[in-house]
Ligand binder design. Structure first.
Ligand code: HEM
Length: 325
């Protein structure tokens, strides 16, 4: 969810509401502390009320998960849920801290507090990623594709490159090779910059109709470096992963080949630049989603700890809880 710039306005009532609630909770806590030798505990009237409020909000926060799974349910717009999730989630921090009376307590309360903090920090981190990464992605990855398709597209790029190289260097395919087809045309989604604008363009590059003499070094370069890079990205050939180093390398390859092979080198360079973008996209995509691998499982753990904390507090606490003792 975006919360900056033009998207900020609908968040304002939530921010104000949560600030007022936090200030109210602090005010009540301070009033209850007057004349006491220690901060009110979690079992005091104010401590218990703030604890119940924090716990109910945590439960509401967790309900975002089923809400997202059950999109067809008419239980409020998803945008409303997300806004409430962010700001009420942050409100839990002052409520939980005041509920604790600034004490960590026993191992169970301490563990609950630590997990709560990690869930909230991971949520803030994820929210920050959501503000920052999509626009970065547009800048850095004009040739964006569907991330799950990258391995398949990489295989196709390697196959197209192999056909082009076979057309330039002469076909050496054996019966074991995939199909032994030669390229006549190769379409590459290359990245081009015009002034300040960068974008993806489809380039068609014609393969030579006859093999080019003295072009064997192209096959060696393709098999040893470009094909592994197209197939596996940086892991396949780290030397082609950096833009500048790759450009220098391609210049060197071109210099060792007759001019008739140069368009094929340019097409391979475009294929590699496309692959570099996919790697970048996969990396950014990982950052955009990795935080949920912390946020979601730990929020499940938090629910379990909270339930245990409540049961333990009701049954075994040594502090007298008003309304119960
Ligand atoms: C008690 C605290 C919290 C709990 C139990 C909790 C739990 C959850 C759960 C269960 C989800 C759904 C995961 C999914 O998409 O499958 C979620 C998503 C999310 N949470 Fe939290 N959360 C908490 C606090 C926060 C806070 C404080 C923030 C940020 C300030 C936050 C930011 C997010 C974001 C950005 C998402 C993804 C929403 C989306 O765009 O789909 N969470 N959280």
């Amino acid at each position: 969810m975006l919360i900056t710039g033009e998207h900020a306005r609908p968040h304002v009532p939530w921010i104000v509401g949560c600030l007022v609630a936090a200030a109210g909770a602090l005010g009540w806590f301070l009033v209850e502390s007057v004349g006491q030798s220690a901060w009110p505990s979690g079992g005091s009237k104010v401590g218990l009320a703030l604890g119940v409020a924090a716990g109910l909000i945590c439960l509401f926060e967790f309900l975002l998960w089923p809400r997202k799974k059950l999109r067809t349910w008419r239980i409020g717009p998803v945008q409303w849920w997300l806004r409430a999730h962010i700001w009420l989630g942050l409100l839990v921090v002052p409520l939980a801290v005041l509920h604790s009376g600034f004490r960590l307590g026993g191992p169970l309360s301490a563990a609950t507090m630590v997990v709560l903090v990690i869930v909230i920090v991971s949520g803030v981190w994820g929210l920050a990623m959501q503000q920052f990464l999509p626009s970065r992605m547009l800048d850095l990855v004009p040739g964006e594709t569907i991330v799950s398709q990258i391995p398949h597209l990489s295989g196709l790029a390697a196959r197209d490159g192999a056909r082009l190289v076979a057309a330039v260097c002469g076909d050496q395919s054996t019966d074991d090779d995939d199909d032994g087809e030669l390229a006549t045309h190769l379409v590459v989604g290359a990245v081009r910059q015009v002034g300040a604008l960068q974008g993806r363009v489809l380039l068609t590059s014609a393969a030579p109709s006859e093999p080019v003499p003295e072009s064997e070094s192209l096959r060696a370069f393709f098999e040893g470096s470009a094909r592994p890079y197209l197939l596996s990205g940086k892991a396949g050939c780290p030397g082609l992963a950096g833009e500048r180093a790759a450009r220098a390398w391609f210049l060197e390859v071109r210099a060792g080949l007759p001019p008739a092979a140069h368009p094929a080198v340019a097409a391979l360079e475009d294929l590699c630049s496309q692959r570099r973008q996919w790697d970048r996209q996969a990396w950014l995509h990982g950052w955009l989603h990795a935080w949920l691998l912390v946020h979601l499982p730990l929020s499940v753990l938090l629910m379990a700890l909270l339930a245990a904390h409540v049961v333990w507090a009701l049954m075994y606490t040594t502090h007298p809880i008003p309304f119960i003792h």
